[in-house]
Write a protein that binds this ligand. Structure first.
Ligand SMILES: [Mg+2]
Length: 320
């Protein structure tokens, strides 16, 4: 099957249709309208077979992750997703694979009300590049550079589950079947925290999504904002599956250094705490305060109770 046939057969039809798309797949470019008063927010992520996912991973899981990691970036800016474009590199024209992949992509576009507006396929090693476009009200985007010393640090959901899931797939961790299923699912099917981004964008000072691990991504906020941070490990949100599968110190390692969580981290001035908590409750978003920003430029201080804590991540590698 030729490239245009692939796109026509599997990608042109079936995607969710939005009113703001003037012209979708089928011409040299797509045309779409940005609502007045909104800024366009754009992000691109590439997932490569053997680097970001196992070569034999189900096509549905690859589609899910490729969409989710992009939507997570939009969420971290407080943006709402609108359009996607896709560049797919395939080793051979495996129609069954493309059929399953495109079906999953269309289901996701329906679920998130986003339209696939462009696509390209090439022959090459298996990789998936998605560009996601979204909107945020002008002036409300959450960036990395506005956190201040004294701001409280929050994270959504639970941390470290994807890293524990990867350890299970690698045969390094055994636990109950229920917990294994939960943790591996958190690796394969991350949930972009779009509602959380919308809930906090007018209140938070800075935000980022946790793709490379809490410490690594928090470090980006510190570098951009010129702050330090103090984290209280006993406050880290850990899933029930995590708690029943590993001892606390191992759970802290996963939560601090494990990648692929796609939770949001955001900072908020301490005097906005009540305002924030009300908004989180209104949006039904779970987020936990795990520490605060400090004036110690670029330094992350870990504490367990009243004691300093040092993390041993030597030899730890995560998938991405
Ligand atoms: Mg990101």
């Amino acid at each position: 099957m030729k490239e245009f046939e692939l796109i026509d057969t599997f990608f042109k039809a079936g995607s969710y249709q939005r009113k703001d798309v003037v012209l979708g797949i089928g011409d040299d470019c797509a045309i779409a309208d940005v609502p007045s008063g909104q800024s366009l927010v754009v992000t691109t992520d590439t997932l490569v077979s053997g680097v970001h996912f196992f070569a034999d991973a189900p096509p549905e899981a690859i589609a899910h992750k490729a969409v989710a990691v992009n939507l997570s970036d939009l969420a971290s800016m407080g943006a709402e997703p609108a359009w996607l474009s896709l560049s797919l590199s395939l080793p051979d024209a495996d129609e069954a694979w493309v059929a399953a992949f495109s079906k999953a992509l269309h289901a996701l576009s329906e679920y998130y009300s986003i339209q696939l507006i462009g696509g390209d396929t090439v022959r090459g090693p298996l990789s998936v590049t998605i560009t996601a476009h979204g909107f945020v009200p002008q002036g409300q985007a959450l960036c990395r550079h506005n956190a201040k010393p004294g701001d409280l640090i929050y994270v959504t959901g639970s941390l470290g589950d994807a890293a524990a899931g990867l350890a299970i797939l690698r045969g390094q961790l055994k636990t109950t079947q229920n917990s294994e299923d939960f943790l591996v699912n958190r690796l394969h099917y991350p949930t972009p925290r779009l509602l959380a981004g919308t809930a906090v964008r007018r209140i938070a000072t800075a935000g980022i999504d946790i793709s490379d691990g809490l410490l690594a991504d928090l470090q980006h906020v510190l570098s951009s904002s010129g702050c330090g941070a103090q984290l209280h490990l006993e406050q880290l949100p850990l899933s029930v599956a995590m708690r029943e599968s590993v001892p606390a110190n191992k759970a802290y390692d996963f939560a601090l250094a494990g990648g692929d969580d796609y939770e949001l981290l955001f900072t908020v001035s301490a005097d906005k705490r009540t305002n924030l908590e009300i908004n989180l409750a209104n949006f039904n978003v779970e987020a936990t305060c795990i520490g605060q920003m400090t004036g110690k430029d670029g330094k992350i201080e870990l504490r367990l109770g009243d004691e300093p804590y040092s993390l041993d991540v030597k030899g730890y590698e995560h998938f991405s």
